[in-house]
Design a protein around this ligand. Sequence first.
Ligand code: COA
Length: 161
Amino acid sequence: MKRAIYPGSFDPVTFGHIDVIGRALRLFDEVIVAVAPSEGKSPLFPMAERLDLIRASVPGETRLSVKQFDGLLVDFVKEEKAAAVIRGLRAVSDFEFEFQMALMNRRLAPDVETIFLMPKEDYSYISSRIVKEVARLGGDVSGVVPAPVAEALRHKFGKAR
Ligand code: COA
């Protein structure tokens, strides 16, 4: 039974993340989406809402669970007896930081592998930060985030927009 952890801030989850989750589920028996508090990024959505939005966006997938984690990612990976960490790579610009994280995690836990998955090209430009900015300014984000997220963003930034 192979389990993978897909960590991130997911503030909020986008179609890019959902695409990576689907790919991870094809490779692993179980996938845990692990949501980090990421207080340093001043998240728009509180933790409980980020968890709920991911669950509502991937309904009925019994091999997927969504959990909060605090502390070091590698400690959570060991607690959950997972074999690998999944990260999405959208463009070369993602690579440098991802490489640093993967190697630091390897230093901390040599037996935890990081696997990079590329989301569908259509989603390679999407980031949570851009989605939030567009939604805040009244743009339509319905094609880049799941319906529950689009609704939550409308609610957050006011229906008038
Ligand atoms: N302010 C707000 N949001 C920002 C931002 C900023 N300055 N910079 C980037 N973001 C958003 C982007 O929109 C991006 O969204 P995406 O999810 O669509 O990619 C997201 O944050 C990317 O940030 P990134 O840091 O690449 O990844 P992440 O926040 O999704 O996940 C963790 C990072 C949680 C995996 C990592 O911080 C971690 O493992 N933390 C646990 C503690 C730990 O073990 N640390 C040591 C790691 S070596």
